[in-house]
Design a binder for this molecule. Structure first.
Ligand SMILES: *Cc1c(COP(=O)(O)O)cnc(C)c1O
Length: 469
C-alpha cells in the first residue's frame, strides 16, 4: 500500500515510512492511495472473530508490503490483550435500537488506547529492524499524553517527551501520565497553557537541529496509523448488531475529526453506514461547517469536555481532500486561504453531497450535564461528558428509529469527575481495579519554564534513555 499527501506535492510513501513521518513535506496529511474495499460476503464472514483477528482482516491491506502477516498478527494479539474487557469494545444498550460502544477498557480509560497501544508496538518493530532510535514529542491537555506513554513505555528504541500545562490537567489525567516509570519516559509540566505546549512541539518539528540527527515522530492524530486502528471498531460494532446485512448510524464525539474520519473510511471500505453524526462541544467549527458550510476559526472555549476543546480540526483536511476529488493542489490552495483568512467554504454541491452522510450538533456544558443525568435516570449508565455529547447528538439528529444508532463511548466517566459531579445524579464514578491505587503511586515529572530553548535542551540531554543524544 502506498500513501499520498493531501496537498499533492510530497513523495508517496509506504506504511513504514508514513508511520515514522508525521506531516508530509508539503504540509499535507498522508492518506492511502487506494482504499481497500471489502464485499458484503467477506465482511459477513468475520462475524464472531476475536477483536484482534478482525483487526488483522480490516488493517492487513493498509500495511501490505511493510510487515509480514505473522508479525502483524502477533503484534495485534499483544495489543488487544492489554484491554480489561473480554470483548475489548463491548456494546451497551441505552434504549430502543440505541447503543454505546465502550471504547474505554484500555490502560488509560479512553479510546486513544486502541491506536496508541498498536502504534507503540509497530514503532518498536520497525525501529529494531532498522537499528534506529527516535524521539517522540507530544503536547497534551489530557488523554493523548497518557495513552501515548502507556503505548510506548516498553519500546526499546523510543524516548517519549510529553508536555502538559502545569496545574491545568485533572489530577487523574496527570497521575495517569506521571506515575508510569521508565528511563525512556519524560513528563514535562510547562508553566503555561496547552497552546504554549502545542506551539513548542510544532516549533520543534519545524526545526530539528537540537536533536542531532535523531528522528522526531508525531503521535497526534495526524499520524495515519492512529486513524487506521480506529476503523476496526466500526466493523466490530456493526457485526454485533446485524451488519453488514443492515446498515447503521454512528454518533461520534469529535474534536480533531480523527475518530469520525475513521468511520467515514469504514463506510468507504464497504461497511453499510447510513449516517455519521459529528458531535461537538462549544468549540463547534465542525458543526458550523456541517450546518452552514462555514469552516471559520473561532477563539478557544474551555469546556467540561476538554478533550474536544480545539479551534481547528487537523484531520478535516483528509475529508476535504476526498470532497475535492482528491485534487491535492486544490487542497493546498484552500488551506493557504484558510491560513491567511481563518475562513474556508466549499462549493455548494460538494457541501450538499457531504451532508448526505453527515449531520452535526454542538452541545453546551449545561446540556452535557443534563444528558448525563437523563441517561443515568433512564438506565443507570454513568456517561463521561464526551460520550454524553455523542448521545445528545444521536438523539437529536437521528434519521431513522428502525436502524441501530451507536454512540462511541470515548472515555470512562472517572476521568472527568467535574462534569459527573455537576450532573448531580448522586453517584460518583469509581476507578476500575487496575487503577485503584492511582492516588498512592509515586509521580515523576519535571517543571520547565515556558521557553522553547529550555524544553529543547531538556530533550537533547535526556533523549537517549535519560542520557544525552
Ligand atoms: C481525543 C478525544 C476525543 C476527540 O477525538 P478526535 O479524534 O479528535 O475527534 C473525544 N473524546 C475523548 C474522551 C478524547 O480523548
Amino acid at each position: 500500500m502506498r500513501y499520498i499527501s493531501t496537498r499533492g506535492q510530497a513523495p508517496a510513501l509506504n506504511f513504514e515510512d508514513v508511520l515514522l513521518a508525521g506531516l508530509a513535506t508539503d504540509g499535507g496529511l498522508y492518506v492511502p492511495e487506494n482504499l481497500p474495499r471489502f464485499t458484503q460476503e467477506e465482511i459477513a464472514s468475520w462475524a464472531g472473530l476475536p477483536y484482534h483477528e478482525l483487526a488483522f482482516n480490516v488493517m492487513r491491506p493498509f500495511v501490505a508490503g511493510s510487515i509480514s502477516d505473522a508479525d502483524f498478527r502477533r503484534i495485534l494479539e499483544e495489543t488487544y490483550a492489554v484491554f480489561e474487557h473480554q470483548a475489548v469494545a463491548p456494546l451497551r444498550q441505552l434504549g430502543a435500537n440505541e447503543w454505546v460502544l465502550e471504547l474505554f477498557h484500555g490502560p488509560t480509560l479512553a479510546f486513544k488506547d486502541f491506536a496508541l497501544q498498536l502504534l507503540g508496538r509497530l514503532l518498536d518493530h520497525f525501529l529494531i529492524k532498522r537499528g534506529e532510535r527516535v524521539v517522540i514529542m507530544g503536547a497534551t491537555s489530557g488523554d493523548t499524553g497518557s495513552a501515548a506513554i502507556e503505548g510506548c513505555k516498553h519500546c526499546e528504541n523510543v524516548d517519549i517527551f510529553i508536555l502538559h500545562p502545569h496545574n491545568r490537567v485533572s489530577e487523574v489525567q496527570r497521575r495517569q501520565m506521571t506515575t508510569i516509570m521508565g528511563d525512556n519516559i519524560h513528563n514535562i509540566a510547562i508553566d503555561g497553557n496547552f497552546d504554549d505546549c502545542q506551539e513548542m512541539v510544532k516549533d520543534s518539528f519545524a526545526d530539528q537541529g537540537f536533536l542531532k540527527g535523531t528522528r522526531l515522530v508525531a503521535v497526534n492524530s495526524i499520524n495515519w496509523a492512529r486513524i487506521m486502528a480506529q476503523i476496526v471498531y466500526y466493523f466490530h460494532a456493526a457485526l454485533q448488531l446485524g451488519g453488514p446485512a443492515r446498515s447503521m448510524a454512528f454518533s461520534v464525539p469529535t474534536g480533531n475529526f480523527g475518530d469520525i474520519f475513521a468511520g467515514y473510511l469504514a463506510r468507504n471500505m464497504g461497511l453499510p453506514i447510513s449516517q455519521l453524526i459529528v458531535a461537538t462541544n462549544r468549540n463547534d467549527i465542525l458543526h458550523r461547517f456541517m450546518g452552514g458550510n462555514q469552516y471559520d476559526k473561532d477563539t478557544l472555549h474551555a469546556s467540561l469536555s476538554p478533550s474536544m476543546d480545539i479551534m481547528v480540526s487537523s484531520n478535516f483536511e483528509r475529508l476535504l481532500f476526498d470532497m475535492h476529488g482528491r485534487n491535492g493542489l486544490r487542497i493546498a490552495e484552500l488551506m493557504a486561504t484558510f491560513k491567511s483568512t481563518g475562513k474556508l467554504k466549499v462549493e455548494q454541491e460538494r457541501w450538499t453531497d457531504t451532508r448526505k452522510l453527515f449531520d452535526s450538533l454542538a452541545v453546551d456544558d449545561e446540556t452535557t450535564c443534563a444528558t448525563i443525568a437523563e441517561v443515568f435516570n433512564e438506565c443507570g449508565e454513568l456517561l463521561d461528558p464526551h460520550t454524553a455529547i455523542g448521545v445528545r447528538a444521536a438523539r437529536e439528529c437521528r434519521r431513522s428509529m428502525s436502524l441501530p444508532m451507536i454512540t462511541l463511548g470515548t472515555a470512562h466517566p472517572v476521568k472527568f469527575p467535574d462534569a459527573v459531579l455537576k450532573a448531580d445524579v448522586g453517584e460518583a464514578p469509581h476507578l476500575p481495579a487496575h487503577l485503584s491505587d492511582l492516588f498512592e503511586r509515586q509521580e515523576r515529572f519535571t517543571v520547565l519554564a515556558n521557553e522553547l530553548k529550555a524544553v529543547q535542551s531538556f530533550v537533547a540531554e535526556h533523549g537517549n534513555r535519560g542520557k544525552p543524544l
